[in-house]
Design a protein around this ligand. Sequence first.
Ligand code: NAD
Ligand code: DAU
Length: 338
Amino acid sequence: MSHLVITGGAGFIGSNFVNWLCREHPEHDLVVVDLLTYAGNLANLESVLDQVRFEKADIADADTMRGILDGAVGVINFAAESHVDRSLESAAPFLHSNVTGVQVLLDLVRELGIPRFLQIGTDEVYGSTPADVRFSEGDHLNPSSPYAASKASADLLVNAAVRTWGVPALITRASNNYGPWQFPEKLIPLMITNIVEGRPLPVYGDGLQTREWLHVIDHCTAVWAVWTGGEIGTIYNVGTGNDVANIDLVQGLIDLLGASEDLITYVEDRPGHDRRYALDISRLTTELGWQPQISLEEGLNGTIEWYRQNRAWWESIKSGEYREYYERMYGDRDQPAE
Ligand code: NAD
Ligand code: DAU
C-alpha cells in the first residue's frame, strides 16, 4: 500500500481537488474519505469513482481511520464543518469534525509513521482585517465565529503536534473559494441559483463587507504546490488579492446573468460578522512560485455556466433536506417571482 488519503473529498473543495488530481496526476493511488454529511455528495466524484477508492467514514473515528490510514504516503485533510452561519446555530458538530477529528488524524499520523500531513485551513482564523493591512502567517489568531475558532484550534493542534512529536505536518490558509460543486448555502452559488429561480438575494447588513475570492482550481494548484514543495511545520496563506465588497459581487452576478437588481434584499446582519479578510501571500509566491491563474471575471463566468448546466445537481439539493435550513434563514423574505 502506498496510497494518498484525501479526507473530506466529497465536499466542495475536496471533490474539486480529487477530480483535479485524477486529471493532472493520475499516477497517484487515492483513497477518498468522507462522512457524507449534508455537504458531502458522491455525485461530485461521479466521473472519477472508478479511479479512486471511496470510504464513508468519520475522521474522528480512530479505529476506522487507523485501518484506512495504515500504509498511506500522506493525508490531506479537507474534512470539516465549513459554514459560519451553521456554527452560530450549533457549534457542536464543528468541535467534533474540526477539532477532535483533526487531533485523531494527527495521533494516527504519528502512530503509523505517515510521512506527510496537510491541514486545509482558512483565513478566517485571523479575524476581521483592518483596512490597508494584509495578514501574514505569523500574525495573531483572532477568530470571530465558532467555525473560525474551531479552525484556529485545529491549526494550534497541528503546530503542537509538530513541536512536541515532530509530526510531519503543514497548514494552508485559504481565502473564500468559489467554483463548481459549491453547496448553495455559500454566497456565490446561493446568489446564482436564486437569480436563476427569480428569488430574492439576501445581502447581510450593508453589504460592504469584503472577501478575497479564489477560484477553487487555483486553490487546488496551491494545495499541490504546498504538498509537493512546502516545508514541514510551515503555514502558507493562499489568496489572490481579488478583494470585493459583497454588494459589488452580487451586483456583478446580476449583470452577468441579466437579472434585475430589484432582487437584492438587505437582511439582518450575521452576528459577529467579520468586515474584511485580506491575505499576504508572499510566502507562497516567493518560496513555492505559485500564482493564481484564473481571473475573477473568467472564474465567475465559468461558475455561472456550470450552475446553468448542472441545474439538476443544485435543484435536488435545494429541494432536499437543505430546504428546512433555507426556510429558517431566509423564509420570511423569500417569495419566488411568478
Ligand atoms: P464543504 O462543507 O463543502 O465540505 C466538507 C466535507 O467534509 C463534506 O463532504 C463533509 O461531508 C465532510 N466532513 C465533515 N465532517 C466530517 C467528518 N467528521 N469526517 C469525514 N468527513 C467529514 O467544505 P469546503 O468548502 O469544501 O471546505 C473544505 C475545507 O476547506 C474545510 O476545511 C474548510 O474549512 C476549508 N476552507 C474552505 C474555504 C471556502 O471558501 N469554502 C476557504 C478556506 C478554507
Ligand atoms: O474566508 C474563508 C471562508 O470563506 C471559509 O473558511 C468558509 O468555510 C467559507 O464558508 C467562507 O466563509 P464566509 O462566511 O466568508 O462565506 P459565505 O459564503 O457564508 O459568506 C460570504 C460573505 O457573504 C460574508 O460576508 C457573508 C455574506 N453573505 C453570505 C450569505 C450566505 C450574505 O451577505 N448573504 C448570504 O446569504
